[in-house]
Design a protein around this ligand. Structure first.
Ligand code: SAM
Length: 255
């Protein structure tokens, strides 16, 4: 393991766990490729587009954008294991798709280089959200788009929901919907479009709960699942239905 990998964030370690991948599938964000497609349409991604997927996870969205829109896509993540599927294999390499092990807080691109920067369900996990947004702004060309999807938290989580699972679902460290928009506007972005997509978060929570119930008896993952079986998923869903937390899509342009 190299020094870079030794210092990867706990978020990265969490998303590289087989259990996380089993429960979430290949797309580590609510709404999966349905919401990625919405972001692609809003940001006019096409064959000429240079797109960076920041914190790309397993690169599911990056693969989709290069295959369906013909865009040149860079998939950047802190975790090398996450990006394994995108590495060139004996069967060849997709020239439109480039995996990059790197840090969202120090993007390996020159200024004004890209048409679209995508960041799905990760902004809330960055220790310094405003530095991450500044980096995205720097590497975009004037008129270029950011495409964000993320969790918002309008009210503090009740004590019963402040467990590891909330951190794992990225709910624990989120800002409010208003704070997120203010932060994006303060970075210099304009033409902000905000869409509430909270129903996808509720569906994700329901799916995870069902998978845990189904797999609970498997001894190989029982120790890890035990922490999850007691979590009040229904209470979390109700908290979201009541408007205290949710999931949004946001696009904006560099001036
Ligand atoms: C919730 S997952 C989202 C993955 C992907 N965007 C998706 O929707 O499938 C969060 C990802 O952020 C990555 N990550 C966390 N901090 C990062 C950083 N500072 N730079 C790059 N990637 C980071 C983690 O490795 C993990 O893959």
């Amino acid at each position: 393991m190299n020094t870079f990998n030794q210092t990867i964030s706990c978020c990265t370690q969490l998303y590289q766990l087989p259990l996380t991948q089993l429960l979430l599938g290949d797309s580590f964000h609510p709404g999966g490729l349905t919401l990625t497609k919405k972001l692609a349409q809003k940001t006019l991604i096409n064959r000429q587009s240079l797109v960076l997927d920041v914190a790309a996870g397993k690169g599911t969205s990056a693969k989709y954008l290069s295959a369906h829109y013909g865009a040149q896509v860079f998939a950047l993540d802190l975790g090398l294991e996450n990006l394994q599927d995108l590495l060139p294999s004996s069967s060849g390499r997709n020239k439109n798709l480039m995996p990059i092990v790197g840090d969202a807080l120090s993007l390996p691109f020159v200024d004004n280089a890209l048409d679209v920067v995508l960041c799905e369900c990760t902004l809330c996990t960055f220790s310094n959200k405003s530095s991450a947004l500044k980096e995205m702004y720097r590497v975009l060309r004037p008129g270029g788009f950011i495409a964000i999807s993320d969790i918002y938290l309008n009210q503090p989580l009740p004590q019963s929901l402040t467990q590891d699972v909330s951190r794992w679902l990225c709910v624990a460290d989120s800002c409010s919907a208003l704070q997120s928009q203010e932060c994006i506007s303060a970075t210099g972005f304009n033409k902000i479009q905000f869409n509430d997509e909270s129903q996808h978060l509720i569906t994700t929570i329901k799916t995870i709960e069902q998978k845990i119930t189904k797999m609970g008896h498997l001894p190989i993952i029982k120790t890890q699942l035990d922490k999850l079986t007691d979590f009040p998923f229904k209470q979390l869903s109700q908290f979201i239905i009541d408007g205290n937390a949710g999931y949004y899509l946001l696009t904006a342009r560099k001036q």
